[in-house]
Design a protein around this ligand. Sequence first.
Ligand code: ZN
Ligand code: ZN
Length: 365
Amino acid sequence: MEEVLLRRLENLQAHMSDAGLDLVAITTAPNLRYFGGFVPHLDERFNALLISQKGVMWVAPELNREQIEAHVQWPLIAWRDDEGPQDAIRQALQQLGVPRTLGIDGAGRADILLRLQEIAQPQSSRSADGIIALLRQVKSADELEKLALAAAQADRAMQVAIEACRPGVTEREVAWAIEAFFRQDGAELVDFTLVASGPNGAFPHHHYSERVLQEGDAIILDIGATLNGYKSDLTRMVYLGEPAKEFLNAYAAVDRANLEARSRVKPQVSAQEIDRAARATLKEHGLAEFFVHRTGHGIGLDIHEPPYLMEGNEAPLQVGMTFSIEPGIYLVGRYGIRIEDIVAVTDQGVRVLSQTPHDLVIKSS
Ligand code: ZN
Ligand code: ZN
C-alpha cells in the first residue's frame, strides 16, 4: 500500500510541475483516501494533506492525530483547538516552501482555501482537479477489483429492488428496502436509491416520493452505494402490468443504444465517440430529442468523476478507465427509460462490471 501511495505522490508532483502549481492542498474524503491512504473524520476543523515538490505534510487537528498516524506514513503536524491551525500551517509551509501558485481540490471547502491564502499569500489559486483526474481516472488492478465488488453488490441490491416493486407500495418504501439491503450487505454508505415511477420517470434526477406504484407504471430503479471506498451505480426497469407496444419498442431502442455505445469502448477511441454511438442509435428510432443528458460519467472514489462521455470530450479512452453507460429517454408527463451499466476499458476492449440482465422486468398480476 505504501508503494502505491508513493507512486501516486510522485505522479501528482510531476503533474504539478507541468501545471505550474507549487503547492496542492488535498482536503476531500475521496482525495484523502487516494493520496493520504486514510480518511479521518472531517468536521469544521482545518484538515489537509499539503503537497509540494519538497514533500508532503498532513496538517490535522490534534484529536485526529493518533488515528491518522496509525494508518498513514506521511509526516503530520497537529494543532490544538485552543491554538488554532495557523502556526501548524506556517510550520508546514516552512518545510514545503511558500507557494506562489496554490491548488486545491475543486470540491474542497472555501474556509480551508481562505485560511491557506491568508497565510501563504499566493499570487494565484486554482482548482487542482484537472491534474488529480489524470491520475484518478486510470484505475489500478486493485481499484478495478473494488469497483467490481461494488458493482456485484449493486446487482444483488437490484434483485431486492425489483422484488419490492408492486402495486400499492410507495416509491419511498421501495427505496427503503434497497437501502436496508445495501446496509446489511456491508455498504459503508448508500449513495442514492432512485425510484421513479410512471410520470416521475421523466425526471432524470427524481429521487423518490410518496407516490403509490400502480398498474401501468414503468419504474426506473437507479441505485448506488459505497463499498471499500468505491462507488456503484446501476439502473434497471420494472413494468407493472402489460406494457404497450410503443413502450416496448422504446425500451428496445434504449437497450440497443446502450449496447452500441458499449461495443465502441476500447483504448484510443475518444470519449465523445461513445456518446455519439448511443445518440445515433436513438436517432434511428426517432428518440434522440428525448435523450437529454450525456451518455456516461467516470466512477471510482466519486460517483461522478472524469472521464465524461459526451460531445466535445475528445480525450482518448485509456486502459483502466471506468465509467457508466446510461442512455435514457424522458417523455414528460408519461414515462422515462434508462439502462445503465458500469464498464472498464481493457486492452481487449471492454469489461462490463454490471451483471444484471438488461431485460425489462414485467410484473403482471
Ligand atoms: Zn450514473
Ligand atoms: Zn445511475
